[in-house]
Design a protein around this ligand. Structure first.
Ligand SMILES: [Zn+2]
Length: 245
């Protein structure tokens, strides 16, 4: 934990110095805000190994960002955060607003501020969407929050059941997933694109959750075909990691 604390302290000092530097710069030259970072609770490897204990309350998490994804204590479903509201999608497919006192065991959030976008038309699958965004983003070694507002010809989401102690591995939980296929649906994909070097800490490449415009359908996104829409992203080179209570 001491290494983590020192890392955080160094990061804070660097951010402070950089903030002073930025006061002397013309901020209009680049909409990119370097100290506008991603906040993450736990790591994907901790989750893979069955660390499903709750680490942070949602009222605290909601002060760290207005956009993101994650899960809950005991992996009780999938979490989507959009426009400052956190939603829980339980294994039965039910969508509800997360209680402030609920706990997350893993989350990645950011205050979304638009850097760039591309319009979308007739993308046959998720790979086609990801390939298109990949051709537009500037630096694949940075972190991107990615928001896709679209009408989908089809879409498959999943959720997972709440687990009991002793917790199994995440792979075992995923074997218990329940998938839902929908057609002709409008909604928002909420996710991140992470660089390859982040493996173990977060998910390299794209990771999306979804919530419909009417907030009745959601989950971890497994597949989609886009009819039309808009992909927007917000890049950052800063990631703050919280590993404890
Ligand atoms: Zn997910």
């Amino acid at each position: 934990m001491k290494e983590i604390n020192r890392f955080n302290l160094n990061a804070i000092v660097i951010l402070f110095l950089f903030s002073i530097l930025m006061l002397n710069c013309d901020k209009n030259e680049d909409p990119f805000v370097p100290n506008d970072g991603i906040f993450q609770v736990s790591t994907i490897d901790a989750l893979n190994m069955g660390q499903f204990e709750g680490l942070m309350r949602f009222d605290n998490l909601l002060t760290k960002g207005d956009f993101g994804l994650g899960t809950f204590e005991a992996i009780d479903g999938e979490m989507v955060m959009l426009d400052g509201i956190a939603y829980q999608i339980t294994v039965d497919g039910n969508v509800s607003i997360v209680d402030n006192m609920a706990l997350t065991s893993f989350a990645t959030v950011k205050s979304f501020s638009l850097d760039d976008s591309v319009s979308l038309n007739s993308l046959k699958d998720l790979a086609a969407l990801e390939t298109l965004i990949d051709t537009k983003i500037a630096n694949k070694n940075e972190f991107y929050a990615v928001r896709v507002q679209a009408v989908f010809d089809s879409l498959i989401v999943r959720s997972v059941p709440r687990q009991q102690i002793p917790f199994p591995s995440l792979a075992e939980v995923v074997r218990q997933q329940v998938t839902y296929k929908h057609t002709n649906l409008a909604g928002t994909m909420v996710g991140f694109r992470m660089p390859a070097f982040i493996a173990g800490v977060n998910v390299p490449g794209y990771h999306f959750h979804f919530i419909s415009n009417d907030r009745s359908i959601g989950g971890h996104l497994l597949a989609c075909a886009v009819r039309s829409g808009l992909a927007q992203w917000d890049r950052t080179d800063d990631l703050q990691l919280s590993l404890g209570q």
